[in-house]
Ligand binder design. Structure first.
Ligand code: GZL
Length: 334
């Protein structure tokens, strides 16, 4: 593990200097790499990275995990210690603490929820282990992590809302399938969408979390259909494709036609969602690019090499109607 190697080298360096009677406060001492990273990303030491993933809640998450595994590979100079927290915020924080105790060289986190990160991020900082956030963000001060690579969730919600505002000019009853409660994408996609439909005849008659899962979207949609009736719902806004796909199952089971009787807007643009868009069961999808691994790996190497890095790296998204999905689907890599 690079971090231990550096610490050992530092210790040997200081001992050697002391043994030869050299003062350890000479300028030469600066040549000994500081333990805990910042010792240069060069050289061929393996970089041990602890990665705290949310879980495996959606097709998007599988694509993101694949991207991270590919980037943090052995041939790229990494040893990846992977933890999947099964969408449990407490378990994810415990995983990060375990990475700190293992003395990894760097930690990457896809934080399930925004809050509750200050203490463990401070512990990582005290242990001189840099933290990179990928995908979602946290409310903790950005002094507590080196960098974040992710998406503009509020813009994703805004794009979805702008399409809805153009499409629905008559009184429209909308239900919302929210993402994981307390997560940045759920909070920001709601805010962006709500701002974009301000002043339109679209009324939000219900909103509940389906936790970004297909089963969650299906069971929440079943509840909405029981409560409002299929005739009482014109539009579903789902914070991700998987919940939208679950809603399709519930709408069809209720004898209505998804994409026609009840229109559906989702976010992610994973393969299954794009296929439903081509099939006319979803009406509009805003992409959320899961391929963040390469940038995250570059950030880890740069931070460990002591280079200045941007605090925020936003990956571009696009949006698809049915025609655009038909064109893009054959070449989609996720
Ligand atoms: C967004 C990501 C969200 C996806 C969901 O960047 O955090 O989590 O939209 C995933 O599909 O579960």
């Amino acid at each position: 593990m690079r971090k231990q190697l550096l610490s050992t080298l530092a210790l040997v360096g200081v001992m050697a200097l002391t043994a030869t009677g050299c003062s350890t406060d000479t300028a030469d001492n600066d040549d000994v790499a500081a333990p805990g990273g910042g010792g240069g990303g060069g050289g061929d030491e393996v970089i041990t990275v602890g990665f705290a993933q949310t879980g495996s809640e959606s097709g998007w998450r599988s694509a993101n995990t694949e991207s991270m595994n590919e980037a943090f590979s052995e041939e790229n100079g990494f040893e990846l210690v992977f933890n999947s927290a099964d969408n449990d915020p407490a378990a994810q924080i415990a995983a990060v603490r375990s990475f700190i105790n293992q003395g990894v060289d760097a930690i990457v986190i896809a934080p399930i929820v925004e809050d509750g990160w200050d203490d463990v991020l401070r512990e990582a900082q005290d242990a001189e282990i840099p933290v990179i956030l990928e995908d979602r963000t946290v409310t903790a001060s950005d002094d507590l992590y080196a960098s974040w690579v992710g998406l503009d969730f509020e813009l994703e919600g805004q794009k979805a809302g702008e399409w809805a505002a153009e499409e629905f000019t008559e009184p429209t009853n909308m239900v919302v399938l929210e993402g994981t409660t307390g997560s940045a994408p759920a909070n920001d996609r709601a805010a962006g969408f709500d701002a974009a439909i301000e002043g339109t005849p679209i009324e939000k008659i219900d909103s509940q979390s389906g936790d970004f899962t297909r089963d969650g979207g299906k069971s929440v949609m079943e509840g909405f259909l029981q409560k409002h009736g299929a005739d009482g719902i014109d539009l579903v806004y789902a914070h991700n494709d998987d919940m939208g796909l679950g809603a399709i199952e519930a709408i069809e089971a209720a004898g209505a036609v998804p994409g026609e009787d009840i229109k559906i807007i989702t976010i992610d643009a994973v393969r299954d969602g794009m296929q439903a868009l081509v099939d006319g069961k979803i009406n509009y999808i805003v992409e959320c690019n899961p391929l963040l691994g390469e940038t995250a790996a570059e950030l880890v190497k740069a931070v460990l090499a002591g280079e200045e890095v941007e605090k925020t790296t936003i990956v571009e998204d696009q949006a698809f109607d049915q025609a655009a999905a038909e064109e893009a689907l054959p070449d989609r890599t996720y």
